[in-house]
Design a protein around this ligand. Structure first.
Ligand SMILES: Nc1nc2c(c(=O)[nH]1)N[C@H]1C(S)=C(S)[C@@H](COP(=O)(O)O)O[C@H]1N2
Ligand SMILES: [Mo]
Length: 199
């Protein structure tokens, strides 16, 4: 297993400075799921990356473990107004699964076991800003929180961090995901309070 284990620091400053507008701190770790928790054994888990031309590459559990491991420590912000500071994750940068993908895509549709979807600009997933996380706080990521593996995109509201990650579909045009098609903001930057469609 390749271990790089770069450390990451959350945004600096006092707790207040780290709290985006309209958010409050929580010490717990609330569970927010639009579906029942799908239970995916690791040896059945797959992540399929599909390019805009239809070329697919599927990563299985042992493929994921062979990629460089990073340990981001990040603040997370749910659009329902809770934020949690300094959460400790381990996972693989999304860059690693996109490295060999030949694409002109501008956007990505992320999909989950259970049917959840969320869309992002490709630039929000690249450049060391997003991870495929499979450990949380020193333990295997619990199924309730998206295990075996979830997306972690801490600079956007947490609904973009799809649990039970199963697919990344590269797109030449943007399309709304589950919440984005139901009145939530297309982008979801907590520092700009991009909560709802017309914010
Ligand atoms: N597959 C899936 N991913 C999801 C969700 C979901 O309902 N299904 N909820 C989102 C929302 S709104 C939030 S706040 C976080 C919650 O993650 P947690 O339950 O680990 O706190 O997961 C996000 N990812
Ligand atoms: Mo959320």
């Amino acid at each position: 297993m390749a271990i790089v284990n770069r450390g990451f620091e959350g945004r600096g400053g006092s707790d207040d400075q780290r709290l985006p507008p309209g958010q409050h701190l929580t010490d717990g770790f609330p569970v927010l799921s639009a579906s029942v928790t799908p239970l995916i054994p690791k040896d059945k888990w797959e992540l399929t990356v599909t390019s805009e031309t239809g070329t697919q590459r599927t990563w299985r559990w042992h493929d994921l473990l062979a990629l460089p491991l990073e340990s981001p420590v990040v603040d997370i912000h749910c659009v329902t107004r809770w934020s949690k500071l300094g959460t400790r994750w381990e996972g693989v940068p999304v860059d690693a699964v996109l490295a060999d993908v030949d694409t002109e895509a501008t956007h990505v549709m992320v999909s989950s076991y259970g049917g959840y979807t969320t869309n992002l600009p490709l630039t929000d997933l690249r450049g060391g800003k997003a991870w495929i996380a499979y450990r949380y706080d020193g333990q295997e990521l619990a199924a309730l929180h998206g295990g075996p593996a979830r997306l972690l995109v801490p600079h956007l509201y947490f609904w973009k961090s799809a649990k039970w990650l199963n697919g990344l579909r590269l797109m030449l045009r943007d399309e709304p995901g589950f919440w984005e098609g139901a009145g939530y903001h297309n982008h979801g930057d907590p520092w700009r309070e991009e909560r709802y469609e017309f914010d």
